[in-house]
Write a protein that binds this ligand. Sequence first.
Ligand code: SAM
Length: 342
Amino acid sequence: MPFIDRKKYIAEGDLVLVYVSRTIIKPIYVKKGENFNTRFGSFPHETMIGLEFGSQITTPKDRGFVYLLQPTPELWTMSLPHRTQIVYTPDSSYILQRLDVRVGSKVIEAGTGSGSFTHAFARTVNSEGRLFSFEFHESRYEQARDEFLMHGLGNTTITHRDVCTNGFDIENVTLDADAIFLDLPSPWEAIPHLKSVIANDRRVGICCFSPCFEQVVKTVESLQKEGWSDVELTETQGRLYESHKAMKREVDDAVKRLKFVKEKQREGLALIKTGKRQRKDDDEPLSKERDYGFNPFGKGKRIIEGDEEFEWFNVTRLEAEVKTHTSYLVFATKMPFADGKA
Ligand code: SAM
């Protein structure tokens, strides 16, 4: 399974994630006779065969280069064809950890969508575990089914089903799930159908992923009604904290700076009056103190941050916008026989 096992060399038919830049990663299936085209030139697939995953290759005239990366769920999330909104790695990694998903776990996921989270689940439960994914949109189901086959997700079963109406039971299969993930518009309609498919001899965790608070309220009501406990709402917010050194600015510095600006203005006027301004090589200092060797405001003279000649303090700046809010995460657990039925 390419997303689960590591592989050293690229062979024909392999899925390779071609890293062009930080924001451009393209999935290709290596096939002799085909080319990967970029604005820097063309990379024949043939030249990739036999190379180690992670290799850098250049175009014939060395005009550009790309890296040939081994697929991982994280890189797949960054490169997959979007058919729906997807779950990104900050959320999926947190959810996996909170639901205590591990090698050998049995997981139910609905809906499958673009299969972003499916790959992370499949790798985590590994070949000893099972993942049951449900999708009711027919063409999305078909695309995901074919993709999972090509990606060798042998531990994953995808079912074409409306789980809100028809539940999660699969004929002749005991799902016995330890963890449930619902990324659906109305998870509260699917929750009552879980009784027959969750484990009844150990703790089971659930996470419902909903963008709106109205959905959260209905989900919480349904979870409580169905005997789930420890209901908790969380949200993952990825924010960039930038830290740097700022120069200490004193009133004296401001005065020196104003004097400096005034003097420069005077010099400029003097040069314009005498017509000397046109001569480039004539920009000799007019006063001995022309190189003030000093700029507490970082303008004019270039001062490297942290220069020991000056005094500095550490500052932190927070990104104004949260770029990674996708949804509210409602977690809950069910203990065996908690409601007398399990
Ligand atoms: N978690 C997915 C991912 O990371 O790629 C994205 C899921 S997408 C936001 C929601 C999916 O749920 C859609 O593909 C939709 O067709 C499917 N869906 C909605 N209601 C459903 C239902 N009642 N039963 C099964 N699938 C459903």
